[in-house]
Design a binder for this molecule. Structure first.
Ligand SMILES: NC(=O)c1ccc[n+]([C@@H]2O[C@H](COP(=O)([O-])OP(=O)(O)OC[C@H]3O[C@@H](n4cnc5c(N)ncnc54)[C@H](O)[C@@H]3O)[C@@H](O)[C@H]2O)c1
Length: 343
């Protein structure tokens, strides 16, 4: 019998997931949902699905095994929790939620229901990462350094910081999350942001920063530094980078490419491996995980991704207050019921 998967939120990202779901064997997409009728109607054609305008009605009427949630971050928690409570597995896009309070509600629902729940950090599904970890071996990590250069976001809701959360929250969250996979939990950080190259008058709704710098300390003893921007232009060609430096070894993660620099030389891992794309494998792994209940295929459960969310919310807080933020104290505040939104 085919796995029945629904999609909630069929904008840019939801359609990417729909196309990947259409390629999976043993998967059908009986229903999709978007609040915009035209968007729902168009998306439904991709997988010949029944379109809904309300996810509650879809979850009520359809018998689904899993849903993919690809709504904007402020609309992640409610559909994810309702689906989990209906016995449905969920792959919800990154970042886990808009606020730490909502993120903890998801963590709680995933734990209580025992359903498979994955956050959309697709880079974690790159099989080369485990090879990179083996190469690092027992070495401690001295330094993590990440960069993500972008232009003023084309999507209006992301361009405005009050709905997009800013570059660190929305985009660099991928490399901040990936860095945690190697260096472990962040203990404290300091961030400084600026709007100094662009101007608010340059673009409609450009109420945002354009330069972001964050310094982090990890429980493992590593230190990290992340720099990102909205000041560049489209197709500048500079790759997203994550450098991980151990004793006599540099691991460079450049999107799907992983390079190891050691005294033996410079080696591109998996250069001969064909067919892998991080974009497709999160959906492939998720549907396999649901079909087989093999939880090792879930690379980013909410209990872990909440820590990446907390790190980016801490960075936004630090940039606004000018203070060093302790992650333990921030999580304690969230657990005691404070909302702690992205902005
Ligand atoms: N993992 C990645 O690399 C990646 C890339 C892009 C976007 N994303 C994430 O995907 C999510 C969606 O981003 P996007 O770029 O597709 O945005 P988008 O605005 O293009 O699409 C979001 C869609 O959700 C719909 N929506 C809003 N509220 C809804 C509701 N209550 N019920 C049903 N549908 C609703 C909107 O109408 C819209 O069509 C965000 O969380 C974003 O961070 C992840």
């Amino acid at each position: 019998m085919k796995l029945k998967v629904g999609v909630i939120g069929t904008g840019r990202r939801g359609k990417v997931h729909l196309r990947q779901l259409a390629k999976q064997q043993n998967v059908e997409v009986p229903a999709i949902c978007d609040i915009l009728p035209n968007v729902a109607k168009e998306a439904a054609k991709i997988t010949e699905s029944r379109p809904y305008l309300d996810y509650r009605e879809m979850l009520d009427k359809e018998e689904l095994d899993a849903v993919v949630v690809a709504t904007p971050a402020p609309v992640h928690a409610d559909p994810t929790i309702l689906a989990l409570e209906n016995g449905i597995a969920v792959m919800c896009e990154k970042p886990l939620a808009w606020s730490l309070r909502d993120a903890l509600r998801i963590v709680d629902a995933a734990s209580k229901t025992g359903q498979i729940c994955e956050t959309g950090y697709q880079w974690r599904h790159n099989p080369l990462l485990s090879v990179a970890s083996e190469r690092l071996g027992e070495s401690g990590i001295a330094l993590i350094r990440g960069t993500w250069y972008h232009t003023v976001p084309l999507v209006e809701s992301i361009r405005d910081v009050s709905t997009g959360g800013g570059q660190i929250f929305d985009q660099s969250t991928h490399i901040i999350d990936l860095a945690r996979l190697f260096a472990g939990d962040v203990t404290s950080l300091y961030a400084a942001y600026t709007l100094n190259a662009r101007s608010r008058a340059d673009f409609d709704n450009y109420d945002n920063w354009d330069g972001y710098a964050v310094t982090m300390k990890y429980a493992s003893g590593a230190v990290g530094s992340f720099g990102s921007t909205y000041a560049l232009f489209l197709e500048h060609g500079e790759p997203v980078t994550l450098d991980i430096i151990g004793a006599g070894i540099l691991i460079k993660i450049l999107g799907e490419k992983v390079i190891v620099v050691s005294p033996e030389g410079r080696e591109e891992l998996g250069a001969n491996t064909k067919g892998f794309t991080v974009q497709s494998d999160i959906i492939g792994d998720f549907v396999k995980a649901v079909a087989t209940q093999n939880r090792s295929l879930v690379k980013s459960p909410p209990a872990d991704s909440v820590k990446s969310l907390a790190t980016t919310i801490a960075a936004n807080l630090s940039a606004k207050t000018g203070e060093i933020v302790s992650l333990t104290e921030l999580m304690d505040r969230a657990r005691s019921g404070e909302e702690l939104p992205a902005i």
